[in-house]
Write a protein that binds this ligand. Structure first.
Ligand SMILES: NC(=O)c1ccc[n+]([C@@H]2O[C@H](COP(=O)([O-])OP(=O)(O)OC[C@H]3O[C@@H](n4cnc5c(N)ncnc54)[C@H](OP(=O)(O)O)[C@@H]3O)[C@@H](O)[C@H]2O)c1
Length: 286
C-alpha cells in the first residue's frame, strides 16, 4: 500500500515515521518537498505518485498567528485538502484528513460526536473546517474521504503545550495557566496508531465512517495538564522541583484567538471501529 504523507516534519509526522507498518510504501513529504499552500503542487503530487491514501497531517497550526494570516492559513488548511480530494477522485485513491476539536465552539458542555455541526470560533478553526467541508464536498459521495479529528496533541518532539510547560517548570518558580478551557491531551504515538489503523489495519473495503474522533481518554484543563507535567517530570527525574502553577481565567490571559472552552471529542465509535483501547491522557503524557 502506497501512502503520501504531508507534514512529515511535524509532531504527528514524526510519530508516523517512527512506526511504519510492514507492507507500507511511505512517501513522506515536508514543506521543502511539497508546499501545501500551492494547490497545483498538491494535485500534481497525487497524480505523480498515485497513492492509495494521502495522509494530510501537515497544517497551518499556529492558532494565534492565523488571526493575522487568514489567507495563508486558508490556503494550507482549506486549499490543500480540496486539491488532494479532487486529484484523488481522478486517481481513485483515498484521503485521511487530520482535523481538530477547534472546529467546534465549545459551548455544549458535553463531548462532541463526529456527526455534529461545525461552528469554529477563530481563523484556525474556520480554515480547518473549510478543509473538512472540501473533503466532504468532493469525496463524500465516493466514501473515499475520511476526516480524523483530534485534540491537544502532545509528543516528544516539536512544539506543544507539554514541552513548553516542562521548560517553564525548569525556568520559573511560578506559572499562570488557564483553568477554564477543558479538553483532552492526545499523544502523538496513539494518534499515529489510530491513523495507521484507519488506513492499513482494518478492512477499509467495507468503508470507514466519514468522520473519526481520536483523543486520549478523560478530561483536563490546561491547568491540570501543567500540574501533571510538573509531577510526571519530577517522578521521571527530568525536574528537581516543579514550579507553582496558578490557575487563571481566559480573560486574565488574553490571546489573539478565541478558543473553545469545552472541546472533548466523543471517541467511543472510533475506538470500536479502529479496535483500539482508550489511553488515559495522563498515562499518554507520561
Ligand atoms: N497540535 C495540536 O494540538 C493539534 C490539535 C488538534 C488537531 N491537530 C491537527 O493535527 C495535525 C498534525 O498536527 P501537529 O501537531 O503534528 O502539527 P505540527 O507539529 O505543527 O506540524 C504541522 C506540519 O505542517 C507543516 N506545514 C505547515 N505549513 C506548510 C506548508 N505550507 N507546506 C507544507 N507543510 C507545511 C509544518 O512544517 P514546518 O515544520 O516547516 O513548519 C509542520 O511540519 C494537523 O492537521 C493539525 O491541524 C493538531
Amino acid at each position: 500500500m502506497k501512502i503520501l504523507l504531508t507534514g512529515s516534519a511535524g509532531q504527528l509526522g514524526h510519530a508516523l515515521r517512527q512506526k511504519v507498518p510492514e507492507g507500507i510504501e511511505l512517501i513522506a513529504t515536508s514543506r521543502t518537498e511539497l508546499d501545501l499552500a500551492d494547490a497545483s503542487a498538491c494535485r500534481a503530487a497525487v497524480l505523480e505518485h498515485r497513492p492509495d491514501w494521502v495522509l494530510n497531517g501537515g497544517a497551518y497550526t499556529t492558532v494565534d498567528k492565523a488571526e493575522s494570516e487568514p489567507e495563508l492559513a486558508l490556503a494550507v488548511n482549506g486549499g490543500a485538502p480540496r486539491a488532494f480530494a479532487e486529484a484523488l477522485l481522478e486517481s481513485s485513491g483515498r484521503l485521511l484528513q487530520v482535523s481538530t476539536d477547534f472546529v467546534f465552539n465549545g459551548q455544549q458542555g458535553s463531548p462532541y460526536r463526529p456527526e455534529q455541526s461545525r461552528d469554529p470560533l477563530g481563523v484556525y478553526g474556520a480554515t480547518k473546517a473549510a478543509g473538512e467541508e472540501a473533503v466532504e464536498e468532493v469525496l463524500g459521495g465516493s466514501g473515499r474521504g475520511v476526516i480524523l479529528r483530534t485534540s491537544w496533541v502532545v509528543g516528544p518532539v516539536g512544539k506543544n503545550f507539554a514541552l513548553t510547560m516542562l521548560r517553564l517548570h525548569r525556568e520559573r518558580q511560578q506559572i499562570g495557566v488557564v483553568e477554564d478551557q477543558v479538553g483532552c491531551p492526545t499523544s502523538t504515538a496513539t494518534l499515529a496508531m489510530a491513523c495507521w489503523r484507519a488506513m492499513a489495519g482494518i478492512d477499509t473495503s467495507i468503508g470507514l465512517p466519514a468522520v473519526l474522533h481520536w483523543s486520549g481518554a478523560g478530561a483536563a484543563s490546561w491547568y491540570d495538564v501543567a500540574i501533571a507535567v510538573g509531577e510526571l517530570a519530577q517522578e521521571l527525574g527530568l525536574l528537581e522541583q516543579p514550579a507553582v502553577v496558578n490557575p487563571l481565567t481566559s480573560a486574565e490571559d488574553p490571546l489573539p484567538a478565541q478558543r473553545p472552552s469545552y472541546s472533548l471529542l466523543d471517541c467511543s465509535g472510533s475506538r470500536r471501529v479502529l479496535e483500539l483501547a482508550p489511553t488515559p491522557w495522563r498515562q499518554a503524557l507520561r
